[in-house]
Design a protein. Structure first.
Length: 430
């Protein structure tokens, strides 16, 4: 299924949801108008003293039938039943309700046809027609406009027949013009609103896709800055940097099938990325089979070091579980080294005018990479972190991650001064 097809389906579902929300709003308005009409009808009956008349009974019956229908329709909308039929039922229910409200204006003597055309009662038809735009559907909007128009002029005809008055042609023509214009506006607003909502939904979905895609490449705060249109200005910050690198994978890759190799590598990386994200870090980059992850906490930087150390320990556990799965599939186990250091880094966009990568650089990054490389010289040690990481973790989390760390003393680093460091052993597969 193409991306455009999926997007159009998402937009269609969004439009359906908005149309359903519009139906819920119309249901509430419909019940309120009918309740007010019932109160008004009671006052009219008392005033006319015609409660026992056939006209009164008929009017009450029409109003009651419209109210029951509105209640049933509201129940269908609330419970999300008969979703396909609801817009059509709703479009037909509104004219029926309005006719029930205006029947007293026809069944009892009035100053003439002008009463229905010019008094506020007649404006209910216009309001009902204008509300059709909330449905976001062409068919129901056209049905509602037609039903409102037929209902309005049907009441005019009924008034003329019952009261034996001649219709005023000019007034009727004016009413027809106003009604036609209102119906045209309602149908046009349906199309315009639907188009705006569709474009807005499509833009929002594309933005969300872009945000998700960008979030797989850079830190969440960088995504927020980019979407807000803010310039990505380089700045210095305190962060913990974690490097991990597979051991012997290059030699293994030379004799493996390319497709199988990529699948194996992606399986390992996916398992490690889940651990990094679970501990609040973000992947800065993949370097072949190596991972560079960054942890930072603006409010309490020590927590970044504690999170990075906890992540490193969890990656060792995750690798043991991953190797269990590999063994079950007849694949050899993997081994990796992990290095962690904490300190100041420079965060910002690096690259050319045509291609930019947001990353962190500085001595802290280099030392974390050197600590990872130092695991090769310490048998049985899977991860090494600097004493700075241990001190910060002890301050932030106590001894929860420090109980079985091995003091390695000063560890020689290629191209850098020795660092006092601690290590932890690999986790044996189950």
């Amino acid at each position: 299924m193409s991306g455009d097809t999926v997007l159009s389906q998402q937009v269609r579902r969004f439009l359906q949801g908005r149309a359903q929300a519009g139906e819920r709003l119309l249901a509430v308005i419909r019940l309120m108008v009918l309740a007010l009409a019932g109160v008004r009808l009671g006052f009219v009956m008392d005033e006319r003293i015609i409660r026992e008349s056939t006209q009164a009974v008929f009017t009450y019956f029409a109003w009651g039938l419209a109210t029951v229908g509105a209640l049933v329709l509201t129940a269908l909308i609330t419970r999300d039943l008969a979703r396909r039929a609801v817009p059509w039922l709703s479009a037909a229910a509104d004219p029926a309700a309005v006719i029930a409200i205006l029947l007293p204006s026809v069944l009892w003597p009035q100053p003439g046809v002008r009463a229905l055309i010019y008094e506020p009662d007649g404006y209910i038809f216009l309001a009902s027609t204008a509300a059709l735009g909330l449905r976001l559907r062409w068919g129901p909007a056209l049905l509602g406009a037609a039903a409102n128009g037929l209902g309005f002029f049907g009441l005019l005809w009924l008034d003329t027949e019952l009261n034996q008055r001649g219709a005023i042609e000019g007034d009727t023509a004016m009413a027809a013009i106003v009604f036609t214009a209102t119906a045209a506006v309602a149908v046009a607003s349906t199309a315009w609103t639907r188009r705006l909502v569709a474009h807005g939904a499509q833009a929002a979905l594309l933005a969300q896709r872009g945000k998700e895609a960008l979030g797989r490449l850079v830190a969440p705060e960088v995504v927020a800055q980019a979407l807000a249109g803010e310039a990505l200005v380089p700045r210095r910050r305190l962060a913990a940097v974690l490097f991990s690198d597979l051991r012997g994978f290059t030699a293994y890759a030379e004799q493996a099938d390319p497709a199988s190799l990529v699948a194996e590598l992606n399986g390992y990386l996916s398992a490690m990325v889940r651990v990094v994200e679970r501990h609040g870090g973000h992947i800065d980059k993949f370097i072949g089979d190596a991972i560079m992850a960054v942890f930072h906490d603006e409010a309490q930087p020590d927590r970044a070091a504690a999170a990075a150390l906890a992540c490193g320990r969890a990656m060792s556990v995750a690798l043991a579980g991953h190797n269990d799965a590999r063994a079950a599939a007849g694949l050899p186990p993997l081994a990796h080294g992990i290095g962690i250091h904490v300190g100041p880094v420079i965060s910002g966009p690096v690259g050319s005018a045509d291609r930019v990568q947001v990353t962190v650089t500085g001595r802290t990054v280099n030392l974390a990479s050197r600590l990872e490389a130092a695991t090769k010289r310490h048998a049985g040690i899977e991860g090494i972190c600097s004493s700075d990481v241990v001190d910060a973790a002890r301050w932030a989390d106590g001894a929860s991650q420090l109980s079985d760390l091995v003091a390695l003393g000063e560890v020689a680093l290629r191209g850098a001064d020795p660092l006092t460091a601690y290590g932890w052993p690999s986790v044996s597969p189950r």
